[in-house]
Ligand binder design. Structure first.
Ligand code: FAD
Ligand code: UDP
Length: 400
């Protein structure tokens, strides 16, 4: 970090004059300019407008708000998530209550099955999974624990996504459920990824077949986009959709900038590109009321190209004669969705983070701005904390 700063700023990039986005011609002066209308940018927009009384300009290059949580009706009138299944879960009362100002909640406990051969078994692995797979009759946590202990292969120094799973449940279960899925999802072997990635998925000795065990598990009753619409419905917030932040002129920006896009893009990729994983979605509507028994079915086999299939009606509770599903195909190309947690990427991120710390009047936030594999609730928590910290320091600059 110190070295980066000592090297000073590189020569400015050549100035390319782009047409000024029409939406900004004659726009009012704003106090705060926010790049990205996902959870990070939208929560901060609301807090700055409502709590700090600031005038906020919220820009997103997409033509909609809600970032990757965006949902909409498809041609059949079924509510789908354009960028893949988003299931809300949190242990934070603060986050749940804050969002609850903008939506009613529909209780929803997510369940996932993994397709292994011609069988569908609960994922995360639980006692039911073990009994089905091995033809066992494990009847208690203690019996399941003993079985898993007989499979586990202790790893002394647990660092990777392979270590953490093999240590807990052994090579056979690791290969069945984690190896192929992870290689497809990340384009890397689990041994090349931080342990934090597969550690997101626990192994259970009971028969709890829910994907999450958080205190709050619910979906916004009318969808995420509707929740964002209400969050952003404030006289202090002006939106510029279909607008790239990098096309703004200095005069368009307020004294404070919040940037929630990819951190390396902000700095013109000057140290090289920070890797993000993308996905391609194949959305389909079928002439049948139901396709699969649960919201998501995972496909850990490496010779199946997709990682999972989502059937949205399970998530949304919508009644409809037809049903819409989507297949996920991981990809290196496309919109950045996932930071890729591994040491060399963290090293590169730290160099950008040092630049970010030295960038006056700019705050970096969200999954892409922080290069952290955050869930939605963590992004909301981070945004609320950022605003609280600035408020405490009264550091929100006035209009330039
Ligand atoms: P984003 O939602 O990515 O928003 C960033 C916005 O910035 C985007 O809209 C982008 O267009 C905009 N932007 C970027 N660069 C520019 C620019 N130069 N100019 C203008 N605009 C720009 N979390 C959960 O809690 N539960 C789940 O079940 C879950 N499932 C997920 C499934 C998938 C497939 C994915 C990809 C993520 C999932 N997440 C889930 C994570 C969740 O999507 C994120 O935590 C959250 O949406 C991140 O919010 P954000 O505001 O940081 O980023
Ligand atoms: N994972 C796996 N098999 C599964 C489910 C998950 O190997 O059936 C691994 C995989 O590496 C995945 C990670 O665990 O990327 C985290 O899973 P999660 O369901 O949290 O992924 P997300 O919903 O964030 O894509």
């Amino acid at each position: 970090g110190h070295l980066d700063r000592a090297l000073g700023k590189p020569a400015p990039a050549p100035v390319v004059k782009l047409p000024r986005p029409a939406i900004l011609r004659g726009a009012k002066k704003h106090d705060v300019t926010i790049c990205g209308a996902g959870f990070a940018g939208s929560v901060l927009a609301r807090q700055f407008a409502e709590v700090s009384g600031k005038r906020v300009l919220l820009v997103d290059k997409r033509d909609h708000v809600a970032g990757n949580a965006y949902d909409c009706l498809d041609d059949a009138g079924i509510l789908i998530h354009r960028y893949g299944p988003h299931i809300f879960h949190t242990n934070s009362d603060d986050v749940f209550n804050w969002l609850g100002r903008f939506t009613e909640w529909r209780p929803y406990e997510h369940r996932v099955l993994a397709q292994v051969g011609d069988r569908s078994v609960p994922m995360p692995i639980n006692r039911t999974t073990l009994n089905a797979l091995y033809g066992l009759n494990l009847r208690s946590d203690a019996e399941a624990e003993t079985f898993l202990a007989s499979q586990a292969e202790p790893v002394r120094d647990i660092r990777t996504s392979r270590d953490v799973v093999v240590n807990a449940i052994g090579t056979e279960l690791y290969e069945t459920f984690f190896q192929g899925y992870t290689r497809k999802q990340w384009g890397l072997d689990p041994s090349q990824l931080d342990k934090s990635v597969t550690a997101r998925v626990p192994t259970r000795t009971n028969t709890d077949d829910r994907y999450f065990t958080d205190k709050h598990q619910a979906m916004p009753r009318e969808g995420y986009t509707r929740m964002f619409e209400r969050m952003l419905d404030h006289p202090g917030i002006e939106r510029a959709l279909g607008t790239d932040f990098h096309d703004l002129e200095p005069a368009d920006k307020g004294g404070l900038v919040v940037y929630t896009g990819p951190i390396d893009a902000y700095f013109g990729h000057r140290f090289g590109t920070l890797p993000y994983r993308s996905l391609r979605f194949r959305h389909e509507t079928l002439d049948q009321p139901q396709f699969q028994p649960v919201g998501v079915v995972n496909f850990p086999a490496e010779d199946v190209p997709h990682t999972r299939i989502t059937e949205y009606k399970h998530l949304t509770g919508q009644s409809h004669a037809r049903t819409s599903i989507s297949y996920e195909y991981p990809s290196a190309e496309g919109d950045p969705y996932y930071p890729i947690p591994r040491p060399e990427n963290q090293e590169l991120f730290r160099r950008y983070d040092a630049l970010a710390a030295a960038e006056p009047g700019v705050i970096f936030a969200g999954r892409l701005g922080s290069y952290r594999y955050y869930n939605m609730d963590q992004v909301v928590g981070q945004a609320l904390a950022i605003h609280r910290r600035l408020g405490a320091r009264q550091a929100v600059p006035d209009v330039m």
